[in-house]
Design a protein around this ligand. Structure first.
Ligand code: PAJ
Length: 279
């Protein structure tokens, strides 16, 4: 497995892969890898000849008071995991490499960027769209793989790829959960044992909505009231948002008749957690 630090080496390697007639799949990550990330790697391996994983804690998607400095960085361990998984190439650039001094060009997906997590984390999706645009430009992969775990991110990136005419197929993989239902996240390692139990309230609220919807309740306000009732039962989880939206526009919808995204975000201690369910 190649571990590359510079954009120049990465471009040359990707060109070589293409010259050999191989298709390339890219899995962008911020590292601190877990089974959720590995599910993307396996999906990439199933449909591409060569698989690249980027590991970059992207400063521009963190707000000034957010956890950029304390975000887990475990590059050596991540590389061991990816090598064992049969990944071909890891790209772990420096901040200076991705954002040369004075860099002032950003990608903004207007509208979508201000919804759900974008509303609570101003500038977050501008940072995400910018770094993913850079990665797509560097790798020019046939396919790029993202997790449904970050549903708003998926909507923003799909729109960016469509609007900017990137020649890449966006592939979205299901949420990987712990056996008790907690959605896997690099931030889960920040939770104490008690907080880890409190965090289960997110998936429990979503399960309640799923059961009610399957039972025939399709009105968003009623389903949301159920979810909020469950969430209120756990004072350890401070709710950020719980909404029922159109999965593409991220706008609130009155009914789940034609499919819906139920998305929740809450803070447990200082850790911000998100989860969602597609109906
Ligand atoms: P990160 O949080 O490291 O996640 C990398 C990818 O793994 C994302 O597409 C995310 O949705 C997916 N993922 C995380 N947890 C998952 C789970 N439990 N099940 C399935 N997929 C999961 O998302 C980012 O990094 C960054 O914003 C990035 C796209 C790399 C841009 O910096």
């Amino acid at each position: 497995m190649l571990v590359l630090r510079t954009i120049a080496e990465t471009r040359t390697t990707c060109a070589r892969i293409r010259l050999a007639g191989k298709t390339l799949g890219l899995v962008p990550t911020m590292g601190a890898l877990h089974e959720g990330h590995l599910s993307l790697v396996r999906a990439a391996q199933a449909s591409c000849d060569a698989v690249a994983v980027s590991i970059f804690v992207n400063p521009t998607q963190f707000g000034p008071k957010e956890d950029f400095a304390s975000y887990p960085r475990t590059l050596e361990q991540d590389c061991r995991i990816l090598e064992a998984a049969g990944v071909d190439l890891v790209f772990a650039p420096s901040v200076q490499g991705m954002y040369p001094s004075g860099a002032s060009a950003f990608v903004e997906v207007a509208g979508l960027s201000d919804r759900l997590d974008g509303a609570s984390r101003p500038g977050h999706f501008r940072g995400v769209a910018t770094v993913v645009a850079k990665l797509l430009n560097i790798f020019a992969p046939e396919r790029a793989f993202f997790g449904q775990k970050d549903a708003a991110q998926v909507a923003v990136l799909r729109k960016m790829v469509h609007d900017l005419r990137f020649a890449v197929q966006v592939e979205v993989c299901p949420i990987v959960r712990e056996p008790d239902g907690l959605a896997m996240s690099s931030r889960n390692r920040n939770l104490s044992d008690i907080q880890r139990r409190q965090a289960l309230i997110l998936s429990r609220a979503l399960l309640t909505v799923q059961r009610k919807a399957q039972g025939g309740e399709h009105e968003s306000s009623k389903l949301l009231a159920e979810a909020l009732g469950v969430l209120a039962g756990e004072p350890g989880a401070e709710l950020d948002y719980c909404r029922i939206v159109d999965p593409d526009t991220l706008e609130d919808i009155p009914s789940v008749d034609r499919g819906a995204l139920v998305a929740v975000a809450a803070r447990v201690g200082t850790t911000r957690l998100i989860d969602n369910l597609l109906l």
